[in-house]
Ligand binder design. Sequence first.
Ligand code: FES
Length: 127
Amino acid sequence: MSTQPTTEANDIDLTTTLHKPYYHVHFFVCVNRRNNSRSCAGGGSEHLQEYAKKRAKELERPELGRVRINKSGCLGRCEHGPIAVVYPDGVWYRYRSKEDLNEILLEHIVHGRTVHRLVVRDTEDME
Ligand code: FES
């Protein structure tokens, strides 16, 4: 008698689905707005998020896998904003312009290279 677990036809194989993310890259852009204090939307992030979404579509290639550009609420690092984070890499970026976002999309998402000049380091929160 076999001790191997059996697999029913409708079972989900979690060993493969858990290791293959639906999105190859998930880019969260904070668009939070506050009236009485600094926020990413106050720095133009709503308009720039729309630009990033459009630009990512233009850069779409099958070999990159699925790329998702999402609006986000406050990501908790307002003092560095406007801010965005790339997952699964967990790299945080500050940006000021379309040119900055274009560089992040081209370098990080298309070529897999960190844009060091725009990175927000963890140690900056302790300064
Ligand atoms: S308002 Fe954008 S990180 Fe808080």
